[in-house]
Structures are given as C-alpha cells and as structure tokens.
Design a protein around this ligand. Structure first.
Ligand SMILES: Nc1ncnc2c1ncn2[C@@H]1O[C@H](COP(=O)(O)OP(=O)(O)O)[C@@H](O)[C@H]1O
Ligand SMILES: [Mg+2]
Length: 272
C-alpha cells in the first residue's frame, strides 16, 4: 500500500478539531525535521488566522493556485516557521476568494482535480502536505479527496458524532468512484475526556467499529489549544510539554513510523 504523505482533514461537523489537527500535527512533524506544507482549503480561513496571517491582506491565496493556470505556484506559499533542525511549516493561506471560486470550480470540467494537479509542483519541496478542509460537502471536499493519499477524520468523543462519520465516508466513497481515485482514511479521536463516561464509551465504539482505520493515539481535551489559538501559534510551539502537544506528537510518530526506511530528500533550510 502507498505510504501517505498528503493528508486532508475532513468532517462536515464544525468544531471537531480539523484545523487544530492540521496545524498541530503539521508542526509536530516539523519538530522531527520534516518539511511540512499546510494548505488552508476553508474559505473561513481559520488555519490562516490561527497562524497569524491576515486573510484580507493577502496578495495571493489558495484560490489563485487553483484557478489560474499562469500563476506561479510558489507565489502562494508563505514561509512561516523555519526551524534549526531543518524542519519547516509553510502555508498556502486562504481567504474569502475561495468561496468566490467555488462556483467556478464546481461547473468547470476537472475543477475538482485542480488542487491535486497544482500540489504536484510541491512534491519534492515537502515531506508532508496537510490540507485543512471546510465542513462543506462541496467541490472543496472533492478537491481534498482527489489531492490526498489519506483523509484524517477528527471525531469528537461523544455520541452525537457517531452518525456523521458514516455519512462522510459514504460521500467520500462516492467522490472516489466518480474520480476513479483511491485514498485511505483514519479516524482521530479528539477532545477525549477520560473523566466522562460518554468519552470513554464513544472512543471504544469508534475503535471497535473502525478497527484498522483509526490512529492508536487519541487527542485529550486540553484548554491550552484555545490559549495557543489566542496567541496565533501552534500549541507545539507554545508548550511542547502540554498534554495536547504530546498527543499530536504521538500521532506524528505513527505517521513517521509508517514511512520508516523511506528515503527523504531533504534540503537545507535557513534557521529562523
Ligand atoms: N483537544 C482539544 N481540547 C480542547 N480544545 C480543543 C481541542 N481541539 C480543538 N480544540 C478547540 O476547539 C475549537 C474548534 O476546533 P477547530 O480545530 O477549529 O475545529 P474545526 O476545524 O473542526 O471546526 C477551537 O477553539 C480549538 O482551539
Ligand atoms: Mg476548521
């Protein structure tokens, strides 16, 4: 099976940890020295905002990358965190222009494949790419499914989240069929609160139902995520020893372990 390097978060439920996962997992991978590109594919631009980039002031965004064939893809990238150990977290930001081009993408032939084609440009520049999806089941989800090797489905550990996963998986299945493409998926249990019965029971339910398709690590509830978003940095950079940071570092390890033995073609990057 193909070892995944391009991930996309997805869940039509809002507030389940999609953006937090893209940011914190991406920055965790960078701590191990990997070069990471985060792609904000949500017109709400939460990831962009969270990383202290002003969406309304952007010269270019993911929208330029997806609609313009003459656009230089590297112009859409903001170099944000360059680390001494060679890792980095770069960002292709988003803003409301993405909502404007959604209609255009939905009606144009191959509109859902644009992102996949454009990301090929970055293949050698990054070890991992993580796309942060919007909650809408729209052409943006189609674009994410077409572009990624693996979908990460963050699920909150409560019973209200149980039904939504099957709907999402059936939608993803239909998209794959229409595109004749294949990606794997894994559930990531988020906001786990070991003190509540509902968290314990729903986590057990998810693990049993999606036996081979979930991360072993789970993400505990940690108020520090909100603190990190207030100061607009990844939690791993604010407090690498916090519960939440450690949990995402464990998820990063699971991903890295799967790539063990693969040759990474790293280039030198400057220190910040
Ligand atoms: N494990 C967690 N513990 C506590 N709060 C969390 C956790 N993960 C995310 N959050 C918070 O929950 C809110 C929603 O998370 P977010 O990642 O924006 O969800 P989504 O992208 O699915 O809408 C944010 O305020 C975020 O800081
Ligand atoms: Mg989000």
């Amino acid at each position: 099976m193909k070892i995944p390097h391009i991930f996309a978060t997805a869940n039509q439920k809002g507030g389940v940890g999609k953006t937090t996962t893209a940011i914190t997992l991406g920055s965790s991978l960078s701590l191990f020295g990997y070069r990471v590109l985060l792609v904000d594919l949500d017109p709400q631009a939460s990831l962009t905002n969270h990383l202290a980039i002003e969406p309304e002031k952007l010269e270019y965004s993911v929208a330029n990358l997806m609609v313009s064939d003459s656009f230089e893809p590297s112009d859409a990238v903001i170099n944000k965190y360059r680390l001494k150990n060679g890792g980095c977290v770069d960002i292709i930001p988003s803003n409301i222009n993405l909502a404007r081009i959604e209609a255009e993408l939905s009606v144009s032939k191959g509109g859902g494949l644009k992102l996949r084609d454009k990301l090929k440009f970055f293949k050698d520049n990054y070890d991992y790419i993580i796309i942060d999806s919007s909650p809408a089941l729209s052409v943006l989800l189609i674009s994410a499914v077409a572009a990624c090797d693996e979908i990460i489905i963050p699920v909150m550990s409560d019973f209200l989240s149980v039904r939504g996963v099957d709907l999402l998986l059936s939608t993803i299945g239909k998209i794959e069929k229409a595109l004749d493409s294949r990606c794997t998926f894994r559930l990531l249990i988020t906001m786990f609160d070991r003190r509540t019965n509902s968290s314990l029971k729903s986590a057990e339910y998810f693990k049993n139902k999606y036996k081979n398709s979930h991360f072993s690590s789970i993400i505990n509830i940690d108020t520090k995520f909100r603190d990190a978003s207030l100061i607009r940095k990844p939690l791993t950079y604010v407090d690498v020893h916090s519960r939440g940071a450690i949990d995402y570092i464990n998820v990063a390890r699971e991903i890295i372990d799967a790539s063990d033995g693969e040759e990474f073609n790293r280039t030198e990057v400057r220190d910040e």
